[in-house]
Design a protein around this ligand. Structure first.
Ligand code: PLP
Length: 401
């Protein structure tokens, strides 16, 4: 008998498990709209040209594979903070940001959670309902208590702004408020600039600390600056805050695990101390981060020619997604005779669309139509080609009614 007899089977991951089921399906029309990974119009994975160019430069230079410092590659840490806040931002100029390279968005969020657990004992993180499923896992494993604030309104398939504001107000003073910087996952519903200002107002009133997750900078709208505007508007108020960054989507570096945690402090002195503690938390968890992705980012952002080429490729990816979003809406509106208003799809932003389909309807999408998606009704438009928009519209209409 096994010494591991007491270990029960863990449930499959609700997002990554979808890809496994997809692989096993042999139907020709099958569509994988589960995981948020960009596909070309031919539904193939895409390696950006700027990434290949940066990798060629790196090979030519014959760089070594020595360990990085605990905080990561210095050139990466500089450009990643500049990209996020803007190089001219006073928080950069005054060295008030503690930046540590992380294991992509997830690892950076995990470091932030460890910092909260250690230095803000008992403080709660409040997150949107719904949110990216891994947020809860990350906080649970770090031992950080959390609860949810209202966000999604099923009646309008839009934002429950009043619910959000009153729940943030009701949270204990000094809570961390987890916010999606842009392209909210899973709903695709973002606050307007005016709503962001009101959110910042209540956070300041309540002495809360904003905790941004920025996984889609440049990938949502096609513009790096527009997608960072929520974070920058909070920074402009002089607030202290945390921001986790990821290069999985905007540079297509999913498997390289490259991102960062940034803590904006009110003084350079505090930033230095925070950074030293982030390093102390990272050391026993994974010692130091991988170098390859950090070098790619540093080369792309630090080289003006590659940087502008990246922006063009990002616009292309964001544009393709906007295109299938429009086409899906057009097909739904043309085919659906029930009079349902599908315009909520066009109001959403980023790689995901929340369809409003419930669990049973999502099951019908998969079982009858071979459309693989998460059971909350979220579809990744990055996994949709324009050739398959009509098919998806048929599947959605059949599942709704
Ligand atoms: N945060 C959000 C909201 C996401 O959607 C994702 C990826 O899907 C991540 C963080 C982290 O991804 P990664 O760890 O690959 O950077």
């Amino acid at each position: 008998v096994s010494r591991f007899e007491g270990i029960t089977m863990a449930p499959p991951d609700p997002i990554l498990g979808v890809s496994e089921a997809f692989k096993a399906d042999t139907n020709e029309m099958k569509l994988n709209l589960g995981v948020g990974a960009y596909r070309t119009e031919e539904l193939q994975p895409y390696v950006l040209n700027v990434v290949k160019k940066a990798e060629n430069l790196m090979l030519e230079r014959g760089e070594n594979k020595e360990y990085l410092p605990i905080e990561g590659l210095a050139a990466f840490n500089i450009v990643t903070a500049e990209l996020l806040f803007g190089a001219a931002n006073s928080v950069i100029q005054q060295q008030r940001v503690a930046t540590v390279q992380g294991l992509s968005g997830t690892g950076s969020l995990r470091l932030a959670a460890a910092l909260i657990e250690r230095y803000f004992p008992g403080a709660k993180v409040i997150m949107s309902s719904p949110t990216w499923g891994n947020h809860k896992n990350i906080l649970n494993d770090a031992g950080v208590p959390w609860s949810e604030y209202r966000y999604y309104d099923p009646k309008t398939v839009g934002l429950d702004f009043d619910g959000m504001i009153s729940d943030i107000k009701a949270a204990p003073e000094g809570s961390f408020v987890l916010l999606h910087g842009c392209a909210h996952n899973p709903t695709g519903i973002d606050p307007t600039p005016e709503q962001w200002e009101k959110i910042a107002d209540v956070i300041q009133e309540k002495n809360h600390i904003p905790f941004f997750d920025v996984a889609y900078q440049g990938f949502a709208s096609g513009s790096l600056d527009a997608d960072a505007s929520s974070v920058r508007s909070f920074v402009a108020r002089g607030m202290e805050l945390l921001v986790a960054q990821s290069y999985s989507k905007n540079l297509g570096l999913y498997a390289e695990r490259i991102g960062a945690i940034n803590v904006v402090c009110s003084s350079a002195d505090a930033a230095e101390r925070v950074k030293s503690q982030l390093k102390r938390l990272a050391r026993p968890m994974y010692s130091n981060p991988p170098i390859h992705g950090a070098r790619i980012v540093a080369n792309v952002v630090g080289n003006p020619a590659l940087f502008s080429e990246w922006k063009a490729e990002m616009e292309l990816m964001a544009g393709r997604i906007k295109n299938v979003r429009q086409k899906l809406y057009d097909s739904l509106s043309a085919k659906d005779k029930s009079g349902k208003d599908w315009s909520f799809i066009l109001k959403q932003i980023g790689m995901f669309s929340f369809t409003g389909l419930n669990k049973a309807q999502s099951d019908n999408m998969t079982n009858k139509w071979h459309v693989y998606m998460t059971k909350d009704g979220r579809v990744s438009l990055a996994g949709l080609s324009s050739a398959k928009c009509e098919y998806l519209a048929d599947a959605i209409i059949d599942s709704y009614h």
